[in-house]
Write a protein that binds this ligand. Structure first.
Ligand code: AMP
Ligand code: GLY
Length: 411
């Protein structure tokens, strides 16, 4: 099978690495690390015309779309219209991630447990609502409805933080045109990646993400600073409950509207005192969840994605008993401004560790930084503790100016 993976981050590196164990893989545009595992063709993810030409020229049999932007833009529809199977929802299904207002409305219709919410376009009306809300002793999460690259959610401890949160998200422009103000929930979070052919589902092993930049979950939200899998407190019964209450109803509601969702549904979840609640859906694999989750899979991943893409029953994927821990090495300053183009040195990395590249490129033959999240170092071992040690040992073999990583991933 010949597969095209679209994207250029750590998630796509993990997808390429895993799929290349079972198929012939090309990546567009890829990055310096992906190019060491599979062939990369330098086509940006928004150049649908050139991607379709590549698909035709290379007789691609399956397209796997990594990031949300091309999905929201309709890449999966275009590929399917060209007669090629695509793993990823069409433009309509991708609205689950493209618009938080749409997503919340669909959750409500589907009866999915989620935080109570209100939608606002007017900043003053949002602030008046927030003022009243905090006066009742409750707290809010303020969200930009559109895609804000991981910077669109502010959990506000005080009414003042909520007011400035409204202003901050409004200042994003288009992404913050519509705001969702929702009740702040409490509880531990987990990520469930469920692949689906539109009807049948198959959930991959659960992962936990570390969203904040600093140790101890301090500081602003990021795209994700590390993950581990499995998650001991999320047992099979909780996964089943999550599928029944949160995954299946939303797919059914989409189907009622004639939207067949073929791809991965990423549920961002919180286990509250009232049971699991859905914070959000993403329409793509999580980053860096994918690096940990795929490292725990054996045979069958490529065949399962191919089956989902054409609406056929999903074959089983082998799941290994090993634990995986992924630690992200970020640029100094991330999630704010950061420098690019800094040379990266790699030392000796042990066999059970894979260094996935998230934001790297080649410059004059050397591998240099090219993003906020630069590398994702994933170790697998018999225990989480060992995987954690091995990931951090490997990280010590890598250096670039200003390299930053959390020290408490998987602790
Ligand atoms: P989201 O992009 O919606 O998943 O939000 C990013 C992060 O913000 C989540 O992983 C949570 O840590 C936090 N968050 C989002 N919604 C809520 C909520 N209703 N209550 C508490 N924290 C939230
Ligand atoms: N790690 C969370 C995400 O991919 O959105």
């Amino acid at each position: 099978m010949r597969i095209l993976v679209v994207g250029s981050g750590g998630r796509e590196h993990a997808l390429c690495w895993k799929l290349a164990q079972e198929a012939e893989v090309v990546c567009a545009p890829g990055n310096a690390g992906i190019a060491t595992d599979v062939e990369c063709v330098n086509i940006p993810t928004n150049d649908f015309h050139s991607l379709l030409t590549l698909i035709r020229e290379r007789s691609i049999e399956l397209v796997v779309v990594g990031p949300e932007d091309p999905l929201v833009g309709g890449l999966a529809d275009a590929v399917r219209e060209a007669g090629v199977p695509c793993f990823g929802p069409g433009r309509q299904g991708a609205q689950l991630e493209g618009s938080k207002a749409f997503c919340k409305a669909m959750m409500q219709r589907a009866g999915v447990p989620t935080a109570d919410y209100q939608v606002f376009i007017d900043a003053d009306a949002a602030k008046a609502y927030a003022k009243d809300y905090y006066a009742q002793g409750k707290k809010l999460a303020i969200k930009a409805s559109g895609n804000a690259l991981g910077k669109g959610v502010i959990v506000a401890e005080t009414a003042e933080e909520a007011f400035s949160g409204v202003d901050t998200l409004k200042a994003l422009g288009e992404a913050g045109k519509t705001l969702v103000l929702e009740q702040k929930l409490e509880g531990p979070e987990y990520s469930l990646l469920t692949i689906t052919n539109g009807k049948d589902i198959y959930s991959l092993p659960v992962a936990q993400d570390y969203k904040r930049i600093f140790d101890g979950d301090q500081g602003p939200n990021t795209g994700g600073m590390g993950t581990y899998s499995p998650v001991s407190w999320v047992d099979a019964a909780l996964v089943k409950l999550t599928e029944e209450a949160i995954v299946l109803p939303i797919l059914e509601t989409l189907r009622e509207d004639g939207i067949e969702y073929r791809g991965v549904l990423f549920s961002g979840l919180m286990l509250t005192s009232e049971g699991p609640k859905c914070l959000e859906y993403n329409v793509r694999f999580g980053d860096p969840e994918t690096q940990s989750v795929l490292s725990r899979l054996g045979a069958g991943f490529a065949a399962a994605l191919a089956a989902c893409a054409v609406g056929e029953p999903i074959p089983k994927i082998e799941v290994l008993s090993d634990a995986a821990v992924t630690v992200v090495a970020a640029s100094e300053g991330y999630p704010g401004d950061y420098q690019k183009g800094l040379p990266i040195e790699f030392g000796e990395i042990s066999q059970n560790v894979k260094v996935f590249h998230a934001g790297t490129t080649k410059s004059n033959g050397a591998i240099v930084t090219n993003g906020g999240r630069v590398l994702a170092v994933t170790a697998t071992a018999a225990t989480q503790e060992q995987a954690r040690k091995d990931a951090y040992t490997a990280l010590q073999q890598i250096r670039f100016d200003g390299m930053y990583a959390r020290k408490d991933i998987g602790a």
